[in-house]
Ligand binder design. Structure first.
Ligand code: IMP
Ligand code: MG
Length: 335
């Protein structure tokens, strides 16, 4: 049976899934990589052989020549898809014969983007997500197989994973995060797709195929959108934003910052069935010289990174995440 590893963001996106995907592709032998939700709203910053790339729709497998699929849970914008292919090729990444699109993935149209451009409520990325998924569920949407230019890329996920390659080993890359999930995020300040580990299964993978679920978080939190998120009059968050380069990879908007909310992290880890956890960018707190966590109603302050890590490890042990399955990591640039 096909084996599946899932990468899921436990916060509000931008926690470093791209980096974890890049690491896993380099280390493990995947036959396929699939993006399981979202579309042009995502922005994965990837450092490949020292060169910075920002991908939106194309999965990270392409950097390693692994067949990379835009899954059935995605809403694909053909226009920016072709631009992205061009950028990758210009950067020296071979995409020919490596990129596939599920026949039943949905398509974002110019009208969807135009409508999304008028959003003033959620602070969307204006990439047409809400209207495209609304069309999908309203049964008026367009699927990838109805767009002639996409024909050369089409793939049937059932044929690929249940018939042709029964021994496939697949990495499923999520977009956005648990806090932006349509069902479990802070509605209505959410995206329109299924960002959870369950969202990966919706791409036609039976639950029994799951092997590892890699949860990804940051040592602090960021959120982009119109709700109030960052505590007011606390210059430390301005500092963290600068040090962590917390500006949207897709829209360039400054990300609002706050301390890591451990209760929410624990909830996200449990609900996604995370068995491996990566906490990124701890070096940003080191450079800011401040280590704090929100735990329930209180803010816990630490004297340095080690006591903070110990606190997190101890707290998450209750959710079955043992120390050896929690990894702390630094910003991509410093690796
Ligand atoms: P939409 O997905 O463009 O509809 O935007 C809905 C909300 O999700 C907004 O608050 C966006 O800023 C946020 N969002 C969407 N995609 C991402 C992402 O990849 N990273 C961070 N936030 C995102
Ligand atoms: Mg991002």
């Amino acid at each position: 049976m096909t084996k599946l590893d899932i990468i899921v963001d436990l916060q509000y996106g931008d926690s470093g899934k791209g980096k974890v995907a890049h690491f896993l592709c380099n280390k493990k032998k995947y036959t396929h990589v699939i993006r399981y939700n979202g579309g042009g709203n995502a922005g994965h910053t990837i450092f490949h052989k020292g060169v910075k790339f920002v991908t939106h729709q194309v999965p990270v497998g392409v950097f390693f020549g692994i067949p990379s699929i835009i899954g059935s849970g995605c809403a694909l914008d053909p226009e920016t898809f072709f631009e992205e292919l061009k950028e990758l090729e210009t950067g020296g990444v071979k995409t020919r014969g490596k990129i596939f699109i599920a026949i039943n993935a949905h398509v974002v149209t110019a009208a969807h983007k135009e409508e999304d451009n008028k959003d003033t409520k959620v602070g969307t990325t204006k990439r047409g997500m809400g209207p495209a998924y609304r069309a999908k569920y309203g049964r008026t949407g367009l699927r990838a197989d109805s767009v002639p230019e996409l024909k050369p890329y089409l793939i049937d996920l059932y044929e690929e994973f249940q018939v042709k390659n029964e021994n496939a080993v697949v990495l499923a890359e999520g977009a956005q995060g648990f806090g932006l999930d349509i069902d479990w995020g802070d509605y209505p300040f959410v995206t329109s797709s299924h960002c959870t580990a369950a969202g990966a299964l919706l791409n036609g993978f039976p639950p029994q195929s799951v092997r590892d679920i890699w949860g990804v978080a940051k040592a602090y939190e960021t959120y982009v959108g119109l709700k109030d998120f960052e505590p007011k009059n606390e210059p430390i968050f301005e500092k963290i934003r600068e040090l962590g380069q917390e500006f949207g990879a897709t829209t360039g908007r400054p990300r609002q910052c706050n301390w890591l909310n451990l209760e929410l992290l624990e909830k996200a880890a449990r609900m996604n069935g995370v068995n491996k956890l990566v906490i990124n960018k701890i070096d940003v707190l080191n450079r800011a010289g401040a280590w704090k966590i929100i735990d329930g109603k209180k803010i816990v302050e630490f004297k340095g990174p080690e006591p903070m890590k110990a606190y997190i490890r101890k707290r998450l042990a209750k959710s079955g995440l043992t120390s050896k399955n929690i990894f702390f990591s630094e910003s991509a640039e410093t690796v």
